[in-house]
Design a protein around this ligand. Structure first.
Ligand code: C5P
Length: 232
């Protein structure tokens, strides 16, 4: 299975993005485009980054009625991204519709992964706001199983959950894990973190790394360090 480091391009102008990507010269890291950049710059930014030869994870976390998600996914599949996502909370029917929309006429499609519960949702919010009276890791595993049932390729999860997701859904079910920090680095607002080496040992398939690379004094060196630790 292809394992890789995905850089979160958490910038909100294309000038900043290209200044950053130019640092890598002819190296073409796998990158993540989130809502901030997509809503600021529109689909053009996806096309431009793709044209430069990068793989793209388009992190827009769709969550709506199945028909709307199907139609939106059809549009995204034309952007030729490599990976995109939905909220598993939209139900199995919504995730099945997402796959349908994403699948091109020739049968190919980008990888589709699900967000289970956001890491910002804790046990209190689950019970008091959402009236879900189950332990949060049970909820996360059930949502992961729902994603698998719908035919998705994997989930976004904390690296701490990656082992359990594989135990529940199988080793081929992808775990894409943010919350990665170097052992000697600043945690920022991430609370439950792992180093790239630990993420590798626990079986993460892709790590998503933002500030430890984008805010580093030498982003290329930080990226290379991530690759070395994670891919060995
Ligand atoms: O800068 P940092 O490495 O914390 O960035 C992590 C990236 O992964 C950000 O784009 C953030 O939005 C995203 N993410 C996350 N935690 C999640 C889901 C996504 O940090 N549970």
């Amino acid at each position: 299975m292809a394992k890789d480091v995905i850089i979160a391009l958490d910038f909100n102008t294309k000038e900043e993005v290209f200044k950053f990507l130019d640092l890598f010269k002819d190296k073409k890291p796998f990158v993540k485009i989130g809502m901030e950049l997509f809503y600021a710059e529109g689909p053009e930014i996806v096309k431009e980054i793709k044209k430069r030869g990068h793989k793209i994870f388009l992190d827009l976390k769709l969550h709506d009625i199945p028909t709307t998600v199907m139609k939106a996914m059809k549009v995204l599949s034309n952007l030729d991204v490599d990976m995109t996502n939905v909220h598993a909370g939209g139900t199995v029917a919504m995730m099945e519709a997402a796959i349908k929309g994403l699948t091109r006429e020739d049968g190919t499609r980008p990888l589709l992964i699900a967000v289970t519960q956001l890491t910002s949702t804790d046990q209190r919010a689950l019970e008091e706001d959402l009236l879900i009276e189950k332990p949060i890791d049970e909820v996360v595993m059930r949502y992961a199983q729902n994603a698998k049932t719908a035919g998705l390729d994997g989930v976004v999860c904390s690296p701490l959950e990656a082992g359990k997701v594989h135990a529940t859904c199988g080793d081929n079910f992808l775990t894409v894990t943010p919350g990665v920090r170097f052992a000697d680095g600043d945690k920022g607002d991430q609370k439950r973190v792992m180093t790239p080496l630990e993420a590798r040992k626990i079986g993460s398939d892709y790590i998503v790394v933002g500030r430890p690379i984008t805010q580093a004094q030498d982003p290329v060196a930080a990226y290379n360090r991530c690759i070395e630790e994670f891919l060995g």
